[in-house]
Design a protein around this ligand. Structure first.
Ligand code: GDP
Length: 427
């Protein structure tokens, strides 16, 4: 059923000061509070939709009121909840009818209440509605208030540009107090796990980003099992989460599970080294591995293509399960499908990092200067940096978290429960 706007209403709207209270009362469904006694609805029954009640602390919704051309306000038809006796009696019947299909014409788009969040307002639609189309807005509001967390692990031998890339990705300086070990210190170097946490805010959205750095990984002369500390760390976070989840207070669990591991591959080798294969195989069932071809500026375009192809083949050959981008639906737009394919074909992401800004065509950009020219970090012709950042932050962060929760953590949890059951049976 289409909506018929009142004939006297022009399209533009204006706010009438002092009328907000009546509008707020209007949202209190079933209280019988009069919204505006001077404007009974033609039928005296409440039309659909009923505006959403306010959650506590929500600022009152400024409901726009249509103005007539003379400037005096024209209040849209609203139900007279106090109404006459006949009206009150007819309410249950009306409710019943409402469940079968609305009979009243809904409010015109101009006179409908508007979403306080603005970005998606189903009330703008001329179709009939009940109001549950606003559910995503409620979820959005709650999650924004809570903030987001993301934990990223970086693994790979020293000097591959891990810290530089992280700083470039999140435009921060996470490694101010870092001490780089000399050659002697590296002989028996053990792998450390260093945690950096920063809170970033962008357009009111808060992200608590945790970077797990693994200095010393692959640096020693004997690197046997040097991935063990990484594996242990991931397991410890799962264990902590499992304990918290099984505890009494489950309300404020801090999620420190590792959502993604950027695994840096040297551009100077011939594909994957044995250490890379062993490490990725040890971690692939526990974390989403995203392979990175480091220091892409040290390769020509042809070398980069060949190296990428070789690494992809080896990943397949050794049965390493790296993070798989979710399959898109067949009804997705062509542009989306193309972007998705580009992303899949770019694995491993060949990146360049830099902590300095250089002048390029009148702009200041992150880049590296060489005697033969300059490379720009964010130039898609020079590196996959932008693709990686968009994937990690803009398009797949939530999916990385979902896969962690639904697949890696579930596996851990199932194993734990199995072991516990076995132990209790054998006792
Ligand atoms: P990490 O030990 O893996 O954290 O490596 P760093 O980020 O400390 O970088 C080691 C050195 O490599 C530094 O001198 C960086 O300036 C340099 N570097 C970082 N990223 C790149 C890159 O993309 N290309 C080149 N050519 N050098 C890089």
């Amino acid at each position: 059923m289409r909506d018929l706007p009142p004939a006297s209403l022009p399209n533009e709207q204006c706010q009438i000061p002092g009328q907000q209270t009546s509008v707020i009362n209007y949202g209190a469904e079933g209280t019988g509070a009069a919204t505006n006694g001077s404007h009974p609805s033609p039928t005296g029954t409440p039309p659909l939709p009923l505006p959403l009640p306010h959650p506590t602390g929500t600022p009152p919704l400024p409901r726009p009121t249509p103005c007539n051309p003379t400037g005096s306000p024209v209040v849209p038809h609203r139900p007279n909840r106090a109404g006459t006796g006949r009206d009150v009696q007819s309410l249950p019947m009306k409710r019943q009818l409402v469940s079968q299909g609305s009979l009243d014409p809904p409010l015109s788009p101009a006179s409908r209440p508007h979403s306080p969040w603005g970005f998606f307002d189903p009330y703008d639609s001329p179709e009939e509605y009940v109001g549950f189309a606003m559910l995503p807005n409620q979820v959005h509001r709650k999650t924004v208030k809570k903030g987001f967390t993301f934990t990223l692990m970086v693994a790979g031998e020293s000097g591959l540009g891990k810290s530089t890339l992280i700083n470039s990705l999140f435009l921060t300086d996470l490694y101010k107090e870092r001490k780089v070990p000399n050659a002697e210190e590296r002989i028996n170097k053990t792998v450390d796990i260093v945690k950096h946490t920063v809170s970033i805010e962008e357009k009111g959205i808060k992200l608590r980003l945790t970077i797990i750095d693994t200095p010393g990984f692959g640096d020693a002369v004997n690197n046997t099992e040097s991935w063990k500390p990484l594996e242990d760390y991931i397991d410890q976070q799962f264990e902590q989460y499992f304990r918290d989840e099984s505890g009494l207070n489950r309300r404020n669990i801090q999620d420190n599970r590792v959502h993604c591991c950027l695994y840096f591959i040297s551009p100077f080798g011939h594909g994957l080294r044995p250490l890379d294969v062993e490490c990725m195989k040890a971690l692939h069932e526990k974390v989403n591995i995203v392979p990175i071809l480091a220091k892409a500026d040290s390769l020509t375009a042809a070398e980069m293509r060949r190296k990428k192809m070789k690494i992809r083949e080896e990943i397949k050959q050794f049965g390493i399960n790296i993070y798989q981008f979710p399959e898109y639906d067949s009804d997705e737009e062509a542009d989306f499908k193309r972007q998705d394919q580009i992303l899949k074909d770019s694995i491993p992401f060949a990146v360049i990092g830099s902590n300095i800004q250089v002048e390029s065509k009148g702009r200041r950009v992150r880049g590296r200067i060489y005697p033969w020219g300059m490379v720009e970090v964010e130039n898609p012709v020079h590196s996959d940096f932008l693709l990686l950042r968009n994937m990690l932050v803009r398009t797949h962060m939530q999916d990385l978290k979902d896969v962690t929760r639904e697949s890696h953590y579930e596996n851990y949890r199932a194993n734990c429960i199995q072991n516990m059951t076995r132990e209790s049976i054998s006792v």
